[in-house]
Design a protein around this ligand. Structure first.
Ligand code: SAM
Length: 245
């Protein structure tokens, strides 16, 4: 896969057109939905109240996405579906609990080393070191849903190679944030995604590295380049959501 990654990365004309295409998509998405998404804050408020009361969260890397996600889930009538879901990067379980709480018929597979990534540790907003409390918080936060959840303490690379035994309808990618790892997670996820299934990529617009393309954006763009006619972009903002055609 490494060669594949280098090969796709090379073509700069294609990169230019893809970036331009994505920029137009973001613009149109914002123009169409921004007002509706901004006014769609009730779920976020409700979840924040619930989380403040019930969850042990040191770093909230999730709830700012809720307005947009909720808008998408409602628009596509997804909350009520029977969902086999996979989450790469669960951390303390903030995003996991959101899915477990609001999806009425979900089975969720969570994959995380629970050891953190270097970029997170370097983030100025990062509150504490990765230690056992991260996994302990995850277990505490998700214990109410233990019948709906499988937990794998593993890298996503190892999970896809040696552990996974399922296909999924919804995959949330929020593990390692380097372009190469996001590309690998995207390709591996796409292979185990059902037709009409969705991948949600977190941090598409995360501007943390010296070049934005060293982060999730770079990996996601390469994935889109390889699979341009096999996917539909159904939401594009800070997170990007694609559907498998
Ligand atoms: C940003 S956090 C996830 C946040 C979580 N989704 C939430 O809403 O709170 C990223 C997580 O990915 C995990 N991670 C980093 N590299 C990974 C890898 N190669 N495989 C699996 N998990 C990884 C880290 O341990 C960390 O817990």
């Amino acid at each position: 896969m490494r060669n594949d990654y280098k090969l796709i990365k090379k073509s700069s004309t294609q990169n230019f057109f893809l970036s331009f295409y994505l920029l137009i998509k973001i613009f149109l998405h914002k123009k169409r939905y921004n007002k509706k998404i901004k006014n769609n804050f009730l779920k976020q408020k409700e979840y924040n109240e619930f989380a403040n009361k019930n969850l042990k969260i040191n770093n909230d890397w999730f709830t700012h996405n809720i307005n947009c996600l909720d808008f998408f889930f409602k628009k596509n009538n997804i909350y009520h579906n029977k969902i086999e879901a996979l989450e790469i990067g669960s951390y303390e379980g903030n995003s996991s609990v959101f899915f477990l709480k609001y999806f009425q018929n979900i089975k969720l597979t969570c994959v995380d080393t629970f050891e953190g990534s270097n970029d997170e540790k370097a983030d100025k907003d990062y509150q504490n070191k990765y230690d056992n409390s991260i996994y302990e918080n995850f277990v505490h936060n998700t214990k109410k849903y233990s019948d709906k959840i499988r937990i794998f303490k593993s890298t996503s690379q190892n999970f896809f190679k040696n552990i996974n035994d399922k296909k999924y309808d919804l995959i949330y990618i929020d593990g390692s944030h380097s372009a190469k790892d996001v590309f690998d997670d995207a390709i591996n996820s796409f292979n185990v995604l059902n037709k009409d299934g969705y991948i949600i990529f977190d941090d598409f617009l995360w501007d943390f590295y010296s070049s934005i393309n060293e982060g999730p954006m770079g990996g996601i763009k390469l994935f889109l380049k390889k699979n341009f006619f096999k996917v539909k972009i159904v939401s594009i903002d800070y997170q990007i959501i694609i559907k498998k055609l």
